[in-house]
Design a protein around this ligand. Sequence first.
Ligand code: B1M
Length: 209
Amino acid sequence: MYEQIKKELGKGNIVKVKEFVESFLKESISPKEILDKGLILGMDMIGNKFKKNEVFIPEVMIAAKAMQAGLEILAPYLAESGVKPVGKIVLGTVKGDLHDIGKNIVAMMFKGAGFKIIDCGIDVSPRDFIDLVKNEDTNILAMSSLLTTSMPAMGEVIKLMKAEGLNAKVKTMVGGAPVTQGFADKIGADGYAEDASSAVDKARELLGV
Ligand code: B1M
């Protein structure tokens, strides 16, 4: 019964996605089930296609908008039924770097997978990352960098996390075109992901959800 909504979500059909969500709610299907089996699996499907180069950024963007539209209808019901986000992620582009297109796609995929996202934008200083992590009861600190010149800032943030004893409770994740698994290992990041949908897999793996 969820095949159709997943298909419409993949096409970015906002009207149809909203109609399906509303009709499922009328049938007294739980908002959590609609979220998990309809919207999240629909977004996972588009994420997997993106990974295999079967669809590209514009398709992911329009699917994410349809997902967002469905989520907006579900949000009050989810709050009422006490569904908690699977984890909280502070996400940003590191100091010296203004690129945010990839980071925004990663944010959308995280949201689609049920994570709560605190998006701190671009050119984020190590101190600002740390302060947000402390204030927000964060599970994962996720950093993006597109420039070889800004990559070292990721290492600085992780050093500061360790100096302030935050690394025991908050996992760190890095990504962006020039970032590699080797670099992530070198700076002591807990996780690395090559693209937005692998980022979701990695975040789930880090939190065991
Ligand atoms: Co700039 N830029 N740029 N740029 N720019 C690159 C990155 C570059 C490779 C172009 C080139 O020379 N061939 C080059 C970097 C070279 C390097 O260091 N290796 C470069 C440069 C040099 C610069 C400037 C220095 C240029 C100048 O002024 N002389 C300057 C720097 C400004 C600054 O940041 N301080 C600059 C500026 C800009 C614009 C502002 C014009 C614009 C950015 C607009 C914006 O982001 N709002 C821009 C753009 C658009 C690019 C290119 C063309 C495209 C980047 C992009 O959005 N890709 C890029 C060349 C290219 O890649 N073809 C280039 C699409 C996006 C979906 O991919 O961001 O890789 P990406 O994200 C992917 C993955 O990397 C991954 O998932 C995403 C989706 O799958 N991912 C993560 C990203 N973050 C992740 C985090 C994760 C996990 C996965 O976990 C936390």
